[in-house]
Design a protein around this ligand. Sequence first.
Ligand code: ZN
Length: 279
Amino acid sequence: MPELPEVETVRRGLAPRLVDHRIVRVLQRRKDLRVPFPGKFAERLEGRRVLGIDRRAKYLLLRLDDGNTLIAHLGMSGRMTLHDAKSASEHPFDRHDHVVLDTDEGWQVRFNDARRFGLMLLEPDAAVAGHKLFKGLGPEPLDETFDGAALAVRLRGKRTPIKAALLDQRTLVGVGNIYACEALFLAGVSPRRSAHTVQGERAERLVKAIKQVLLRSIDDGGSTLRDHVQPGGELGYFQTRFNVYDREGARCPTPGCGRLVRRVVQAGRSTFYCTRCQR
Ligand SMILES: [Zn+2]
């Protein structure tokens, strides 16, 4: 499943081809994804200029020149591929290429989603912040204002394990299973620790670790577990090695630790951690 770094990578890949460009042709190849496309979806997009591309949690927000925002989510398996005229003619549509956008500069963006858990909506700009998809979402982990104190406030009174609290989009957005495991390892915080005890310096350390693992992955161009593809029509960067994630039974990477990475199941998700380095 694309996580925040992958979505951010897609945003960064699309921006130079779409921002300040006009969408001249839209091909909508089916009626729905997770939910139906908005009425007259293609018609409403055609001829629009893209003013900017933002990201909120794992949603891409394309601001259009008619006062509407195209909200896009990649779901479980969604990916955007980018083609120039030559590459588009050499690559016939895949049966899972559901939406195809052509720009005034001759670039083609294809939204491909085999499992169709993705989503595309058109909403007035003013309605986006209050939209039910975004209402109640916690802060962005990479926001400058998001620090240890901000996390600590959100964990106050929470008796769930810190790992589960991190996955809760009301605590903060965009930290999926992989990055929660990796950040907790880096911060030396046990995933089983009760969330409300993560305060003060410990919360500070954890926030620093969250930002670090996300930024490192964004730098790498988005790590990949599934069939995620980077814009450019090429396979994305595959980050195959994590410190603890998916490394059950491997030696803990902390020099001199010597323990083996342990796996437990929390709230139905696998957690990987070191019982010695993480308290
Ligand atoms: Zn260790």
